[in-house]
Design a protein around this ligand. Structure first.
Ligand code: AGP
Length: 615
């Protein structure tokens, strides 16, 4: 939800931290701030609004040079996006600075306690209490890492904390519970960040921090302990993203770049997962085949776009394995007291791997004895770390808040999981699996072909920029595609958009149809399940008879839809279950173009953040 950077080394801390914050601004952009240790003291600057406001402030009022510093971009939780509420927060003496991601649930009691001891707190945030508590503990132990451990033991909730103290000019300390924090290790320098994008320009050597750990950064290395002070084991890994991958690559928006990267993302997610003989080898899926053979229910938990991927996965899992599959909004899952046991396989889908709703859902599932398999795009993030197994998507960094390539790769990963379950349980023969894998291996080129024919979709989007609503219809796997198309339009164009199961229209929503209301219809293949195709053609006629402007997405060669389509968007013919991989792409392009036509900020839509790490 927020972006955090810490640095110790020989470079200008301000340069390193601000450049790192730029790479993390997608995580929140309500305010930004930095603190630098220099000349025996602490110097800080912070401004509401985007990072550019802080940069302007730093030009007008430069901070002294220093080689130790911390920084923060904020997505507001407690307290509005104001200068006073911006991080870093300092103690009254201005000797300690701290930045925070997450929510400290017992901050009110701590705030009252501090006020009772004469501290003056000047912001509305939960974070500020930490600066004052650190100052108190440091004055007793004169060791920032120990002070952090003592303070963390008093905090409740989810937090990543990074702090510095003017009395320890070559030290930065971090701590994490239920919130992301990674360490970068360079030559004579070290980094802390919410994700690796902040420091991969300097080093690709990273260290994963575990739950309830404190890390002390110095130029010559890092030391990691538990909150209790005991030395903690860590996992080092090499970051295989390079700095350029996190840049826009010549596109106006990260979203456009990421839409264009989908053919490669789909191909990369298949790489290395199929043997020469066509059998699947999902080596990260560290759940014994014997356990998978005993699974009698699958439950998918996810949020937003990832939830829509889960809805599509359900059709594949049930069709290929005949195991019942439920799909649940992660934020609702644990509150309905779900029926879970050791024979339940929970699949937690998450691009960021840090979505708190999904993390809490998988924790609940594990407490009930279920096995959890994560489908995730972010190596080393919390959700895969807390799962029994993981199947990583290989979409590369997805920076735009609106998820696109991650969605397509989540579908590919879920198809692979479904096929793997079929392989392990014997409900799919090898040749059947190979046939589906061959179909999947063609999708990359088919997505490429769709991308080459999108100009009419962009023109259509621009022509609808003044509309105040668009409806989306689909059947079978096309229904989650309709939901995804509506979500993209909501979050990018800020307009009312709603997805429906086409068969549900006559049970009420058809009352929404009036003259010239744009309705996007995702038409299933006429070859796979012709009954579905015929029914949705009837649905198109029903809405057109009532004045709707029909925007029809249908596969090449489908002639039945032509008389009823005001706008016809062709997609390659694919097997029934794989159609979402090509049908979603026009909807991504449509939403992005319409948002652009409306003058919206495409990569960082209002009120949103890329990773929602609070419940
Ligand atoms: C999708 O475009 C949105 N950005 C949002 O719905 C997102 O899919 C959801 O917050 C889940 O995020 P995750 O995949 O990182 O868990």
């Amino acid at each position: 939800m927020c972006g955090i950077v810490g640095y110790v080394g020989s470079q200008s801390a301000l340069d390193v931290v601000v450049a790192g914050l730029k790479r993390l601004e997608y995580r929140g952009y309500d305010s930004a701030g930095v603190a630098v240790l220099a000349d025996g003291g602490m110097a800080a600057a912070k401004k509401a609004g985007k990072l550019a406001n802080l940069e302007k402030e730093l030009v007008e009022r430069p901070l002294p040079a220093g080689s130790t510093g911390i920084g923060h971009t904020r997505w507001a939780t407690h307290g509005g996006p104001t200068d006073a509420n911006a991080h870093p927060h300092l103690d009254n003496a201005g000797r300690v600075a701290v930045v925070h991601n997450g929510i400290i649930e017992n901050f009110a009691a701590l705030r009252a306690e501090l006020a009772g001891r004469g501290h003056t707190l000047t912001s509305e945030t939960d974070t500020e209490v930490v600066a004052h508590l650190l100052a108190e503990e440091f004055s007793a132990c004169a060791d920032l890492a120990e002070a952090m451990r003592l303070v963390c033991r008093r905090l409740e909730g989810a937090f990543t904390l990074v702090a510095a103290h003017a009395d320890e000019p070559d030290v930065v300390v971090g701590a994490r519970r239920n919130s992301p924090l990674v360490v970068g290790v360079g030559e004579g320098e070290a980094f802390l960040a919410s994700d690796v994008a902040a420091f991969i320009a300097h080093t690709r050597s990273a260290i994963e921090l575990g739950q309830d750990q404190v890390v002390e950064l110095r130029r010559d290395g890092v030391n990691v302990t538990g909150f209790d002070g005991a030395p903690a084991g860590t996992r080092s890994y090499h970051v295989d993203w390079d700095a350029s991958a996190a840049e826009k690559g010549g596109y106006d928006y990260f979203m456009l770049k990421e839409i264009a990267e989908q053919p490669k993302a789909v191909a990369d997610t298949l790489l290395g997962r199929v043997d020469a003989d066509g059998s699947l080898t999902l080596d990260e899926v560290r759940i014994p085949p014997g356990v998978l053979r005993e699974v009698d229910k699958v439950v998918v938990v996810a949020c937003g776009t990832a939830f829509h991927a889960g809805l599509i996965a359900k059709y594949a899992i049930e069709h290929w394995t005949r195991v019942p599959c439920e799909v649940e909004l992660a934020s609702e899952f644990r509150y309905r007291d779900p029926i879970l046991d050791a024979r339940t396989l929970v699949i937690a889908i998450s691009q960021s791997g840090e979505t708190m709703d999904t993390l809490m859902a998988l924790r609940h599932a594990r407490e009930q004895g279920a096995r959890v398999l994560a489908v995730c795009n972010t190596n080393g993030s919390t959700i895969p770390r807390e799962s029994d197994a993981v199947l990583y998507t290989h979409a590369g960094p997805e920076v735009a808040v609106a998820s696109t390539k991650a969605f397509l790769t989540q579908l590919v990963a879920c198809y692979l999981v479904a096929l793997y379950l079929g392989q392990v349980r014997g409900t799919k023969w090898g040749d059947e699996i190979q046939a589906v894998v061959r179909d999947l291996s063609r999708i990359s080129d088919e997505v490429e072909r769709v991308l080459e024919t999108m100009e009419p979709v962009r023109e259509l989007a621009r022509s609808l920029a003044s509309k105040d609503t668009v409806l989306f219809l689909g059947r079978h796997v096309g229904y989650p595609v309709a939901l995804e198309g509506a979500l993209k339009l909501k979050e990018l164009a800020y307009m009312h958009a709603e997805g429906f199961a086409a068969g549900e229209l006559k049970h009420g929503p058809i009352a929404l149809i009036e003259e010239d209301v744009p309705v996007v219809v995702v038409v299933p293949s006429p070859r796979g399940r012709s009954v579905l195709h015929d029914k949705i053609v009837s649905n198109i006629q029903e809405i057109r008879a009532r004045g709707a402007r029909t925007i029809v997405i249908a596969e090449e060669g489908d002639g039945a839809v032509v008389p009823y389509a005001d706008h016809l968007i062709r997609i390659p013919a694919t097997p029934v279950l794989l159609q979402p991989l090509v049908a979603t792409v026009p909807l991504q392009v449509f939403a992005c173009e319409l948002a652009t036509a409306r003058g919206n900020e495409v990569d960082q839509p209002r009120n949103l953040a890329k990773s929602v790490t609070v419940e």
